[in-house]
Design a protein around this ligand. Sequence first.
Ligand SMILES: Nc1ncnc2c1ncn2[C@@H]1O[C@H](COP(=O)(O)OP(=O)(O)O)[C@@H](O)[C@H]1O
Ligand SMILES: [Mg+2]
Length: 346
Amino acid sequence: MAKLKVTILHDVWEQGPPEPEPEPVKAPRGKDGKRRKKKHPLYDREEIFEALTNLGHEPSYHVLDGKNQSLLSLARCGADLIFNLTESYAGDDTMEKNIAAYLELLHIPYTGGGPEALYLSQDKSIAKKIFDFHKIKTPDFAISYKGRTEHSHDIEFPLIVKPVSEDGSIGIDSGSVVDSVKELMERIHYIHEEFDSPALIEEYIEGREIYAAILGNENPEVLPLIELDLSKLPKGTPRIAGQDVKFDQETEAYKVTKSSPVEDLDEETTKRFQDTALAAYRALQLRDYGRIDMRSNKKGQVYVIEANPNPWLSSSAEFTMAAKKAGYSYTEMIDKIVEMARARSM
Ligand SMILES: Nc1ncnc2c1ncn2[C@@H]1O[C@H](COP(=O)(O)OP(=O)(O)O)[C@@H](O)[C@H]1O
Ligand SMILES: [Mg+2]
C-alpha cells in the first residue's frame, strides 16, 4: 500500500497531564527492541505515531485547540488522511461532532465516527431512544432539567444519576447511585449545578461490566469481550466505574479494579453480549472502531450502558486489550483503522 501523509489530530485536555512537545519518536531502542528514554508513559498519539512510522507512513501531529488559527492551518496541512483523536474543540466536548463535520467539508479522509455517530452517541438520551426503537436493551430512564421532565419511564430504585452528555465518568462517583427520593433530588441538583446539564436518571443494573470492542464497517468484527472487575471495590461503595476507578491512580478504587479478557462466560451469554454490541454499533452508525459498554444482571439480561465512537487507543486501553486477544499487534490494529478510513476516499 502506498505511503500516506497521516496527520494525527488531537485536542488539549484541560485537566490532563502536561502536554509534551510534539516530536517524532526517535528515542534509542532498548535490548528488547522497544524505544526507551521517555519518562512519562507514551500518550496514545505517540504510540499511534510510532505504529504509523512502522507501517511506512509519514505521520505528523496537529493540535486543534481553538487557538493559533488551528482550524485554518488544518485546512492547509496537506494530509492524505487524518487520524482523528479529538474529543473536544477549545475545551468544549460537545464540539466533537463539528470537527468531523469540518473534515467532511475539507474532503480529507479521517478515521472513526462521522458527525452523525458522534452526535447520536454524545447525548445518551438520544442514543437510548434509538436503542429502544431497535429493541436493544438499555436501562429504563428519565431526563430532568431544572424541574422539567423531558421523558420518564416508570423507573424504580436503585437509580444512577449522570450528566446526559459527559464522558470519562465525569460526574460519576460513589454518590451517583441513589436509593431514596431525597438522594435522587440532591443528585439531580448537583448535576445541574456542577455541569449545567440535564440529568439522566437510569435504573441501576447491578452485575458484571463488560466491554465489546468492535472493528470494521460492512462486516464489523466483535473482538474478545473485556470485563472490568469491580468486585474488589471498598465495601459500601457502589460497584461502578467512576472517575476514581478510571483515572485517579492514587486511590484504592483505581488500584483494586482491573480490566481483562473475560474467560468464564458461556457461549450463549457471550453471543448475547456480542449481538447486543453489534446492534448498538450499527444503530448509532459507528464506523471503523468503537467500544460498547454493557452490563448484565443476575438473570443474564444484557443492557447497553453506552456506546463510544473513537474509543481510547492507548496500549493499555480496553480496546487494545481486546485487539491483542484477537491476535492483532498494536501496529496491525492501527493499520486496519487507517485502511478503513482510506477505503472511504477511494
Ligand atoms: N445504568 C447503570 N447501571 C449500572 N452501572 C452504571 C449505569 N450507568 C453507568 N454505570 C456505571 O458508571 C460507569 C460510567 O457510566 P457511563 O454512562 O459509561 O459514563 P461515561 O460516558 O462517563 O463513561 C459505567 O462504566 C458503569 O460502571
Ligand atoms: Mg463509559
